[in-house]
Design a protein. Structure first.
Length: 327
């Protein structure tokens, strides 16, 4: 594997030399996790080239920004570690060990808790976060294969999909106890909540739909299945407060959902098994990992097609950049 030097990587823009890895970078890089190569591709959004390949722990799948926006945390599921990267320079800041099976991860909005889904070990873990250190407080046993997490805006409830038992589970954050569980369609993966905390959208990777749940009452209720495409998997907000993108990994497409009408309003073809996504700050472009093609694909939502691809590593999964549309 060729490791590129970030410090030496430069690009020409308007006659000016700009250091990609330095403080003078025109735009922060995109990060793409290569799950089966245990590394991260760093993509320059000006030249659309890979400027670095950073080693991590085994099987990095998802990543998340710290509340102070000073670090990107890469969760290395089989490595039982977290890799902290500078979101602006892509420099490795530190490695935190002893974080068991961190497959998916989130911070609570009040910034008091860091929560991980232990995908292969069937539990959700609660860590106290003081702005720097993580301390395990509770390990909550769940059903089979907790996959993705969503936390409500009031930091009261964390929701987790159970990929292999076809369930959605709600855990009370104050008590770290399961409040309820409900059956879902086949192989629920990502989950996304509406701004008012009343609806949850669940991608059914074993099906062709997004299932909508009403969680505003004492008991959850499945209210609709929105047909999007086979392998409905990961979500990303469009940035306008109303629309939501879902990647259909088997159908090789991305669907745009109107969360108000709960209907698909647009569809974009994307080859290679589209998976995790990021949306540009202006909302025009979708950056998506084409999981089976070892590519980062760039979708122009106005042209309604892929306009660029960048070669990355094996089984690219999570995608992130500091400059993104509102989530």
């Amino acid at each position: 594997m060729k490791i590129f030097s970030i410090a030496r990587a430069c690009a020409v823009l308007g006659g000016l030399w700009i250091s990609i890895g330095g403080a003078l970078a025109a735009a922060p890089p995109l990060f793409v996790l290569n799950s089966l190569e245990a590394n991260v591709s760093v993509i320059d959004p000006v030249t659309w080239t890979e400027t670095a390949r950073i080693p991590t722990g085994k099987e990095p799948h998802h990543l998340y920004l710290t509340p102070d926006e000073k670090s990107i945390i890469v969760a290395n599921a089989l490595g039982d570690t977290l890799t902290f990267l500078d979101p602006r320079t892509a420099e490795v800041q530190r490695t935190v060990r002893g974080i068991v099976d961190p497959y998916h991860l989130r911070f609570t909005p009040d910034m008091k808790w860091f929560i991980t889904a232990a995908n292969r070990l069937n539990h959700v873990d609660f860590y106290r976060w003081d702005g720097k250190e993580l301390n395990l407080v509770q390990r909550v046993a769940t059903s089979r294969t907790p996959s993705h997490l969503w936390i409500d805006s009031r930091s009261t409830t964390v929701y987790s999909t159970m990929q292999d038992s076809d369930e959605l589970v709600a855990i009370d954050i104050a008590t770290q106890m399961i409040k309820w569980r409900i059956k879902t369609g086949a192989m629920p993966a990502d989950v996304y909540g509406s701004a008012d905390d009343k609806r949850l959208f669940v991608g059914l990777t074993g099906s062709d739909s997004v299932e909508v749940f009403d969680v505003s009452g004492r008991e959850p209720l499945s209210i609709k299945k929105i047909k999007t495409g086979n392998g409905a998997h990961a979500f990303r907000a469009a940035g306008d407060g109303r629309h939501l993108y879902v990647s259909n990994r088997v159908a090789n497409s991305i669907s745009k959902i109107d969360m108000t009408t709960q209907q698909v309003v647009e569809s974009y073809p994307v080859p290679g098994g589209p998976d995790c996504m990021e949306v540009s700050a202006d909302g025009r472009f979708i950056y998506v990992s084409s999981r089976w093609a070892r590519k980062l694909s760039v979708v122009d939502t106005e042209a309604k097609k892929v306009v660029r691809q960048v070669t990355v590593g094996k089984s690219p999964h999570g995608v992130w950049t500091l400059q993104h549309a509102p989530r």
